[in-house]
Design a protein around this ligand. Structure first.
Ligand code: OGA
Ligand code: MN
Length: 300
């Protein structure tokens, strides 16, 4: 197995080939993909259509799987696995979801810059999104490089931000968009969590600016000053020089590191079908699970 990597952007993102994701991955392939993720943060695999079992098996090689917001918004879904996240505008019965449904509202929320599950602890490490049905226009996904964003901050701002913590809340983006039909129980299932605003990416040792739409305040700052700073930093981090736009083809699988990138979907016609399937690993310690136990089970 040789993982070939072709850079798709001056700063991050590579197209990866030479490995069949539908087959059980050996420990060497897992290690090669992890090393490439540490360097590029986003990997694009072309022509790798996966069925549900194959996508779950592939994802599990990289750690324990996340179910994200499904914890709060329980209810029926179309898949064999709770850990397969339905990134589509299609209802549980297979029909295109109503414009005023929660499903479409959540696809709108995905069009705001975010890091998956940054509203919970552990948050997400890798997400893997596989394209099944695409609309006739739009629906691209954009990725922003938070390590490059940190590097480009003025020194004054770097020292002002050092040591600060932020609060991330699951429903902040939904509430900002105007959806109000959340029960007390739903609001409380995922209580806010705190993350340092500047973090160090474990795999590369590089610092990064951990912002995104789930961040709603800077601890110890007034709400207005904190929100203004978070909004300025998000604008900085998502300037075009730091952004890669992915034009989907059916059978693409894009894998990204939520610890050092943001992403957002782009507009499409919600009257057309767009169906992608996501698996996401939790950012839990490597010693007890993830690639080490995955490697052990490959031998077994
Ligand atoms: C996701 C997501 C954006 C898109 O899958 O986590 O935010 O373009 N997707 O569908
Ligand atoms: Mn997402």
């Amino acid at each position: 197995m040789t993982l070939a990597l072709k850079p798709l952007h001056p700063l991050f993102v590579a197209e990866a080939s030479g490995v069949d994701l539908a087959q059980p991955l050996g420990a060497d392939a897992v290690r090669a993909i992890e090393a490439a993720m540490d360097r590029f943060a986003v990997l694009v695999f072309r022509d790798q259509p996966l069925d549900q079992d194959q996508q779950i098996a592939f994802a599990r090689r990289f750690g324990t799987l996340d179910i994200g917001l499904r914890r709060a918004t329980k209810g029926p879904h179309r898949f064999k696995y709770d850990e397969l996240i339905d990134i589509s505008n299609v209802a549980a019965d297979g029909a295109i979801a109503a414009r005023d449904s929660r499903r479409v509202a959540s696809m709108v929320a995905n069009q705001l810059w975010h890091s998956d599950s940054s509203f919970q602890s552990p948050s997400a490490r890798y997400s893997m999104l596989s394209a099944v049905v695409l609309p006739s226009w739009g629906g691209e996904t954009e990725y922003a490089d938070l390590r490059a964003a940190y590097d480009a901050l003025p020194e004054r701002l770097k020292s002002d931000l050092a040591g600060l913590e932020t609060e991330h809340y699951a429903l902040h983006s939904r509430i900002m968009l105007g959806t109000t039909d959340w029960t007390e129980e739903e609001k409380n299932v995922l209580p806010p969590v705190r993350w340092p605003l500047v973090r160090t990416h474990p795999g590369s040792g590089r610092k990064l600016l951990f912002v995104g739409v789930h961040a709603r305040e800077i601890l110890g700052w007034t709400l207005p000053e904190g929100r203004l700073m978070l909004s300025d930093l998000l604008e900085h981090a998502t300037q075009r020089a730091f952004v890669y736009r992915h034009d989907w083809r059916v059978g693409d699988l894009v894998m990204w590191d939520n610890r050092c990138t943001l992403h957002r979907g782009r507009r499409y016609d919600f009257a057309e079908r767009r169906e992608l399937r996501r698996t996401t690993t939790l950012d839990t310690p490597r010693t007890s699970e993830g690639s080490s136990s995955a490697a052990a089970s490959a031998v077994a």
